[in-house]
Design a protein around this ligand. Structure first.
Ligand SMILES: Nc1ncnc2c1ncn2[C@@H]1O[C@H](COP(=O)(O)OP(=O)(O)OP(=O)(O)O)[C@@H](O)[C@H]1O
Ligand SMILES: [Mg+2]
Ligand SMILES: [Zn+2]
Ligand SMILES: [Zn+2]
Length: 631
């Protein structure tokens, strides 16, 4: 990169952001680019659109603004964007409070966080630029300086919509400091920043007895009250409540419904009249988005309380359930693990997927449809057609549900459990079985789940485990198929050793322990059955093979798996139809001969080079599948 050029650009940008001038100069800017004077909802709506919109497989819009961080919540996000869309058109809904309701750890705070961070970035870009009266504690829109009488003309001529009155402090400044000379009032560029309390506020309820309403709406300034004498002088007031400083932007009201009624009352005024009622002053105009979040229980008791009816009416509720798509759940974990410091630990393939299957299972509601198990539903939701059910059936399934996704295991729980498995001493890799174990062990400490739920969850762990068993088997078989020749030879040698021992009525030697063992009847039959050799015919077949071996040996040739047509067929069939037994032989640790070890190593390297395994989990996978097949 060209550092000097980049530094110049950076300086230009910072200079732009530090722009200061007079109201007259600002007005020039505003007439050229009316978007600088857009209201809070409109700015946020444009910010979301500016990041781009895609259309999903199901024909629904997906907003890029959220799509790198929020997964599987298309519907709530659409509702949120709709709210901003209508509000941007200055419809009545913009006066409502946006309330996100959903289960713990379902992404509510993350959504709000994205909007806040987004505003910070967007306000630094040209498209999101805005300006404020320099000395205004509430970052007021400079157009408020224009007297109401002149506004209709300004609106008509320049297309600038002006809403709201000057705050008491600016009114005082205009009269006393600038002698009413509006054009001289200093204006500066606005850059949103939560840290600096510019345009972004957060209110968190604490103890209602000690929490002061001033936190929300500001209060008397004890340091200046002595100088100015009267409390009604705007200089004696600090306009630094969260609602004040969030003017032009967003205020997040954390756990709104946990708060005391007196705070909610302020919100009611704000939402009804777009005014903050502050101490001794008349209403103060504010233009901001209030977003809050809550859980289902609190919302239910809020709705049940008649006293809250007026406020209920002022709320736009968006349900934020848990994600229900396994592949999106995997993305959530990848995101969270990527943010953590656990980068030197390997996560075996399928680990996150299996954990996700468990998590999603706990969130699904049983369907009444014939033959529709939770696992089938899970797969359908994830985009897979299962037996007679197709993607088009999803809608019906969803219509059946009452509150699907509103409870179950949260991503946070899963990540906590995975992390605890990951930080165990000397762990270099975790696999799906480790993950399931960690999830299971955590259920005991999980305080908010009942006994019945725990039982149910243990079942889901089993279900997830079964899914994994299937995946693991297929994974290993696939790795084996690549070296078919090798497989065939291993299988053949094994077979011949056993046949020899069988015909000669001897034992076969374990190559490592040197222990004598009986010939493996099951192995021999499993090959012979492939070509329909009955139990009665097996002896003759085996003897025939032995004769062929010795006749070849007399001519100095070795028996290969291609030396006997029918045996070749049996072996191929066996391999192609089901690699189960090959895998079993090779992965069973009891009798690995040199050939088998070589083959195991090949499979291990293939798993490492092509399928994302590390040596630890590749070997564990083989051992695991070996034990599965030996059951
Ligand atoms: N659908 C999702 N997409 C992406 N990340 C998610 C999703 N759901 C949860 N998360 C992640 O899980 C963690 C918990 O989510 P968050 O804190 O936003 O939940 P919350 O709904 O605010 O929970 P609480 O009610 O406990 O405050 C976050 O790190 C978040 O990024
Ligand atoms: Mg939260
Ligand atoms: Zn002001
Ligand atoms: Zn690994």
């Amino acid at each position: 990169m060209d550092l000097v050029k980049r530094l110049e650009e950076y300086r230009d940008r910072e200079r732009n952001l530090g722009w200061e001038g007079t109201f007259a100069q600002y007005f020039e800017i505003a007439t050229r680019q009316p978007s600088v004077a857009q209201l809070s909802h409109e700015r946020i709506y444009n910010m979301i659109l500016a990041a781009g919109v895609e259309t999903t497989r199901l024909g629904e819009p997906r907003y890029t603004f959220f799509s790198h961080d929020i997964f599987g919540l298309e519907k709530p996000l659409q509702q949120i964007v709709e709210y901003f869309h209508s509000s941007a058109q200055r419809l009545e809904v913009r006066k409502r409070i946006l309330l996100l309701m959903g289960p713990v750890g379902g992404g509510k705070s993350t959504i709000v966080h994205l909007l806040k961070r987004g505003l910070e970035t967007y306000s630094r870009a040209d498209a999101g630029a805005g300006y404020v009266i320099k000395e205004c504690p509430m970052n007021e829109e400079p157009l408020h300086l224009i007297p109401p009488d002149l506004r209709p003309d300004v609106e008509k001529e320049f297309g600038l919509y002006i809403e709201g009155e000057l705050c008491p402090q600016c009114r005082w400044l205009l009269e006393n400091k600038y002698d009413g000379k509006i054009e001289d009032v200093p204006v500066r560029r606005m850059v949103f920043s939560e840290k600096n309390r510019w345009g972004i506020g957060t209110f968190t309820p604490s103890d209602p007895k000690s929490q002061d309403i001033a936190e929300l709406v500001g209060g008397i300034d004890l340091s200046t009250i002595g100088e100015v004498g009267v409390e009604s002088d705007p200089r004696a007031y600090r306009f630094d409540g969260e609602l004040n400083i969030a003017n032009r932007g967003v205020m997040e009201f954390v756990e709104m419904l946990k708060t005391d009624e007196k705070f909610l009352y302020v919100l009611l005024t704000l939402s009804q009249e777009q005014n903050i009622k502050t101490g001794r002053f008349a209403m103060i105009y504010a233009d901001e988005v209030v977003i809050s979040h809550t859980n289902e229980n609190e919302y239910a008791s809020f709705v049940g309380n008649r006293k809250s009816e007026a406020l209920q009416d002022r709320i736009i509720l968006v349900k934020v359930p848990y994600n229900l798509r396994v592949s999106d759940e995997v993305k959530i974990y990848e995101k969270l693990l990527g943010q953590s410091a656990l980068t030197d630990v390997h996560i075996a393939p399928y680990t996150l997927r299996i954990a996700s299957i468990f998590a999603v299972l706990t969130r699904l509601e049983q369907s009444k449809k014939a033959g529709m198990s939770l696992m089938k539903k899970l797969k359908l939701y994830d985009g897979e057609d299962v037996e007679e059910y197709k993607q088009k059936d999803i809608r019906e399934l969803q219509e059946e549900t009452v509150r699907e996704g509103m409870d179950g295991i949260s991503p946070r729980y899963v990540i906590n459990r995975l992390s605890s498995a990951l930080v165990r001493e000397r762990v270099t890799c975790i696999n799906p079985i480790d993950a399931l174990r960690a999830l299971r062990d955590g259920l005991d400490q999980h305080t908010s789940i009942s006994r019945d739920e725990r039982e149910e969850y243990l079942n889901f762990i089993n279900e997830a485990r079964k899914e994994y068993d299937d995946m693991a088997r297929k994974e290993v078989q696939r790795a084996f198929v690549y070296s078919f020749e090798e497989s065939a030879r291993t299988l053949l040698n094994n077979y011949l050793d056993n046949v020899e021992a069988y015909c000669n009525k001897t034992k076969i030697k374990d190559p490592i322990t040197e222990e004598d063992m009986d010939p493996d009847e099951h192995l021999m039959r499993s090959i012979e059955e492939q070509i329909g050799i009955t139990d009665n015919a097996k002896k003759a077949f085996r003897e025939e093979i032995l004769i062929r071996i010795s006749s070849l040996a007399r001519r100095g040739q070795t028996f290969a798996y291609t030396s006997h047509e029918r045996l070749k067929e049996a072996i191929e069939k066996k391999l192609f139809a089901d690699l189960r037994d090959v895998v079993k032989i090779t992965t069973s640790t009891k009798t690995p001969d040199a050939e088998q070890l070589k083959r195991t190593n090949e499979v291990v390297s293939r798993l490492i080079s092509d399928h994302g395994y590390c040596p630890v989990c590749a070997n564990e996978l083989l051992r695991y599948v070996g034990s599965l097949l030996n059951r």
